[in-house]
Write a protein that binds this ligand. Structure first.
Ligand code: AHR
Length: 506
């Protein structure tokens, strides 16, 4: 047994949590849209073709915002192909994923789906094959009330009221050589700046995110953000980050240590963005949109990404998640919450089938992957302000980080309900962890609302259609409270959630 200590104080606040950090991502890729969220004829589908079982699981997962329509797909996408009468919509070659895109699902269907599952949309404009002109037209179609050709076209398509889409991404991963019409930082920075300018003229209320590096180890990492923001600093609100955790050497300890890499990544991007602000003598702070993150390494071969013959909705990157993957996802959520002062939006990529927390079979079942659980619990319980955690914990050495604390945790307190949510990983893989949690200033009569643990003796355990609850949270009965001090025991290699409440909330 190892002993750890976690202290928070109601006065020491990192930031109010922006609940848009519990976002997800729907790309026209593989089976995310087709036979994922949309499958006319499925036994649970509604009259619009939206799968009812997937909508129910999405509501349970609890995303707040959903990015759409890509991804690499975005950089070759014509939004016009996906609106209007379905029988007139063209099928196109999708060069990003070597698939045939039927365009039977597009902007208006996605907006209907967002309303159905009660999420905010996060749209993206194609700055690969297209540019500022297309972006301003697309925004006019979506957000302008009426009286122009494009806003009236939306009305003709059955959408009288503007969609009022607030959050827009300016392209996707344009630093990546794999991207359709990849760009240098100067090329992209100029286009992002001019696109942002036109979009703000069409609708001044939009929130805009420029593309950051597509991963931490890109050769242009850092310099890319510096140059891009140098061009578009005044016209954008966010810079994006993307990260996919890998476990190439099959070492759980290394894998879970790499969660700390995400923290470093965030702090490095904050430093770059703030150095651009300093150079411009500006008090403006660019916020971070971690708009693609997840575990992804098992289904990453060329064969996983492309199938011959231009198929419709092929099975692409259908990563099957295990217990240790769920721990990494939980750890990533903790890191993002602990950076709540700068990370204001984030999207687990993607929602369904394609590296998704939800899996489906065409015509068949839908089930929760292991990573579904930490996300759903965090989205359900994390509300209010994130408190600065002071952690005392023994640590271990990983290849990347000499000191990885066994305890990885965050605490979120909601003044309105008086509830305090504690999320914690025990990264010790063989020992129980006995934790003392001191909730200072949050009320001296704490009571337990919820205590659960996600644990499995086998790190490689998975959920399947036949055994959908093999890895699922169970009650943790080893939690005690005395006044404002909580003590608990966490199993080795576990994700833990404790929620308390106090009648006196400060
Ligand atoms: O999410 C899968 C792909 O990963 C996205 O299309 C792309 O943006 C990223 O490289």
């Amino acid at each position: 047994m190892i002993s750890t200590r976690l202290v928070v104080d109601s006065d020491f606040v990192i930031s109010e949590l922006d609940r848009r950090v519990f976002g997800t991502f729907v790309e026209h890729m593989g089976r995310c849209v087709y036979t994922g969220i949309y499958e006319p004829g499925h036994p649970t589908a509604d009259e619009r073709g939206f799968r009812g079982d997937v909508m129910a699981l999405t509501r349970e997962l609890g995303p707040t915002i959903v990015r759409y329509p890509g991804g690499n797909f975005l950089s070759g996408y014509n939004w016009e192909d996906g609106v209007g009468p379905k029988e007139k919509r063209p099928a196109r070659l999708d060069l990003a994923w070597s698939s045939t895109e039927t365009n039977q699902f597009g902007t208006n269907e996605f907006m209907d789906w967002c309303h159905a599952v009660d999420v905010e949309p996060m749209f993206a404009v194609n700055l690969g094959t297209r540019g500022p002109d297309e972006a301003r037209h697309f925004l006019e179609y979506c957000n302008h009330p009426g009286g122009t050709a494009l806003s009236d076209l939306r009305k003709d398509h059955g959408y009288e009221k503007p969609h009022d889409i607030k959050f827009w991404c300016l392209g996707n991963e344009l630093d990546g050589p794999w991207q359709i019409c990849a760009k240098t930082a100067d090329e992209y920075g100029r286009i992002a700046q001019e696109t942002a300018k036109l979009m703000r003229l069409v609708d001044p209320s939009v929130v805009l995110a420029a593309c950051g590096s597509s991963k931490h180890d890109m050769p242009t990492f850092g310099k890319w953000e510096d140059t891009v923001l140098d061009h578009c600093f005044d016209n954008v609100d966010f810079i994006s980050l993307h990260a996919y955790f890998e476990n190439p050497h099959d070492s759980t300890a290394e894998f879970l240590g790499n969660i700390d890499q995400m923290d470093l990544f965030i702090k490095e991007i904050v430093a770059v963005a703030d150095s651009v602000a300093a150079r411009k003598h500006s008090h403006k702070r660019i916020m971070l949109s971690f708009d693609e993150w997840n575990v992804w390494y098992k289904a990453r071969t060329l064969d996983d990404k492309r199938k011959p013959g231009w198929p419709e909705a092929p099975r692409l990157i259908e990563e099957v998640y295990n217990h240790e993957d769920a721990l990494a996802v939980g750890g990533a959520l903790i890191v993002m919450m602990n950076n709540a002062d700068r990370v204001k939006t984030a999207c687990i990529a993607q929602l369904v089938n394609v590296i998704g927390p939800i899996m489906t079979e065409p015509g068949g079942a839908a089930w929760r992957q292991t990573i579904f659980h930490p996300f759903a619990q965090a989205s359900r319980f994390a509300r209010g302000k994130v408190l600065r955690p002071v952690i005392t914990s023994p640590s271990y050495a990983s290849k990347t980080f000499p000191e990885v604390a066994y305890l990885c945790a965050c605490v979120v307190h909601d003044d309105a309900s008086g509830q305090t949510a504690i999320f914690a990983l025990n990264r010790h893989l063989t020992e129980d962890q006995e934790i003392t949690i001191d909730l200072r200033g949050l009320g001296d009569q704490q009571r337990l609302v919820e205590a659960s643990e996600l644990y499995h003796a086998d790190m490689k355990a998975i959920n399947t259609a036949a055994a959908p609850d093999n890895v699922a949270p169970q009650a943790n009965t080893r939690v005690e409270i005395e006044g404002h001090v909580v003590t608990a025991k966490f199993k080795p290699g576990s994700w833990n959630v404790i929620v308390t409440t106090s009648s006196k909330s400060s």
